[in-house]
Ligand binder design. Structure first.
Ligand code: AMP
Ligand code: MG
Length: 479
């Protein structure tokens, strides 16, 4: 296995059959400039000063990438339901980094063309990379597992989209970039059982070593990934997050939120909310995220059929049995987090109707998702919406019969954020940042780092946009 001691990186991924990657070097940028460096993350991951220096020297072009065994990953995926061969077309893995026994990928996104770039330029715009930085760090602040953003580097060259824009690259960290699409690549593109076994064993060892002890580790992996994805998406529902492009190539086996293209946060509650410009049928609408993750997990299960059991019929039966549990698992996870939003920490099915009823009223009244739940959480901010009154009476009664309002409010305040990245503020912050003014970007990042705590003088960050902003807001897979 190639090893390399530049900033302490290793390359366990290169132990896989070489069909899974292509050795690649990042492009040389004309005038690289580190615009953002996430010191908190660097400290959290315990990078030494020497390691940080080496990494920033590489990014600044002071050191060459020559000694790194950097590579791009091959994968495939179902994009909006259609199967395609893909791969890192604009990202290169600089290496793996170990901290506290956990391996993290360190990837440079916007790093130039690779074997998998097809017609793309391999580059990224500054606005898109700043957006990923802001949104991924906000998700982390909201206690939702996510890829992290370590740095944004201005490249000093224009990137041509509809118009010329400033180019940039992002350094991101994630437990692993292995996706459902990586398994689809092995199962449907190379079609080799050995490849499938290799990626399965590798994923188990790296991400879910606990299933190795099980009688059927492949079944264990499927079960584990399903549960982790259910928990992740239930938490997206908790904060009103719309991923926007839940293609199977954007579903990480580690169940970390990643690929922040067209994602956005919902303002007024409506399950049909979609912002992505390319999602015309609402496939990835807010309220569709549960059926979609189920669909994506079915694609994952299909890839494992050849190795789930030596007899195909038994394989199918095993997978089917696991899928029969999906809806129950989803309800438990979803209502589990939603009940916390109204103050219950024990998951009792008799309370589920209380959640549904509240959401119905919110939908009919066009109430702001975040602010409604937060107002319910706070005595100081009573919610005087007339049609909510009968619901509130029922809720008070249920809370009193449970552990009381004081206890309920404590739970609610920990699960209902005060601040989310409001679309209109995100756009303003990004536009300002691209024009050289980082003030709003920094202030927004700052409130979003502790979003469950009300911060003095920051009410502006809690306000939803004008209705006409939201109804015409569009996000892009913007590269
Ligand atoms: P995404 O929408 O970011 O999940 O990307 C889907 C696929 O398109 C991935 O295989 C990317 O690597 C590839 N891709 C996206 N943008 C570019 C680009 N500018 N150049 C090359 N490949 C790209
Ligand atoms: Mg992607």
């Amino acid at each position: 296995m190639p090893q390399n001691n530049q900033p302490g990186f290793s390359y366990s991924y290169l132990s896989l059959p070489n069909t899974f990657y292509s050795l690649e070097k990042p492009a040389n940028f004309p005038t690289p400039d580190i615009m953002l460096w996430n010191r908190t993350l660097a400290e959290e991951k315990q990078f030494s000063n020497e390691q940080q220096k080496l990494l920033t020297d590489l990014l600044m072009g002071v050191q060459s990438y020559e000694n790194l065994s950097s590579f791009a990953q091959a994968y495939a995926g179902h994009q909006f339901g259609h199967f395609t061969k893909l791969g890192d077309g604009r990202a290169i893995m600089l290496g793996e980094y170990q901290n506290n026994g956990q391996i993290f990928d360190i990837q440079l996104k916007g790093s130039g063309r690779t074997l998998y770039s097809r017609n793309g330029d391999g580059k990224a715009t500054l606005k898109a990379m700043l957006r990923e930085y802001l949104m991924s760090e906000a998700m982390h602040g909201l206690n939702i597992t996510s890829s992290r953003s370590l740095a944004v580097i201005k490249t000093g060259e224009p990137v041509y989209r509809e118009s010329a824009q400033e180019g940039a690259a992002l350094v991101r960290m994630i437990k692993s970039h292995i996706r459902v699409g990586t398994f689809e690549y092995a199962a449907h593109i190379t079609g080799s059982i050995d490849d499938l076994k290799a990626i399965t064993n590798y994923s188990i060892k790296r991400l879910y070593p606990e299933v190795e002890q099980e009688e059927n580790p492949v079944a264990g992996l499927l079960k584990k990934v399903m549960q982790e994805q259910i928990d992740l998406v239930a938490n997206w529902m908790r904060v009103g997050f719309i991923h926007g492009v839940m293609n199977t190539d954007n579903v990480a086996l580690s169940a970390e939120t990643f690929d922040y293209g067209p994602c956005a946060f919902m303002n007024a509650y409506h399950p049909g909310t979609v912002y992505s410009s390319i999602d015309r049928d609402g496939r990835y609408a807010f309220g569709n995220q549960a059926p979609i993750i189920k669909w994506n997990m079915a694609r994952f299960a299909e890839t494992l059929l050849p190795i789930l059991h030596p007899e195909q019929e038994t394989s199918l039966r095993l997978a089917q049995a696991m899928f029969n549990e999906f809806d129950t698992q989803w309800n438990t996870a979803y209502y589990g987090v939603m009940l916390k939003k109204i103050g219950f920490d024990n998951n009792r099915p008799e309370l589920y109707a209380l959640v549904d009823e509240l959401l119905n009223i919110m939908q009919n009244r066009g109430l702001d998702y975040t602010n409604t739940f937060r107002a319910l959480s706070e005595e100081e901010r009573p919610l005087d919406d007339e049609p909510l009154k009968p619901w509130k009476e029922k809720w008070y009664k249920a809370v009193a019969e449970a552990k009381g309002m004081e206890h309920a409010r404590k739970i609610m305040k920990a699960h209902n954020p005060v601040y989310i990245p409001r679309n209109h503020l995100v756009e303003q912050a990004l536009d300002d940042a691209v024009n050289g003014d980082m003030d709003l970007f920094e202030r927004l990042s700052n409130v979003l780092s502790t979003p469950y705590t009300e911060q003095e003088g920051q009410e502006n960050f809690t306000k939803p946009p004008q209705t006409d902003f939201d109804s015409s807001y569009q996000t892009y897979c913007g590269t």
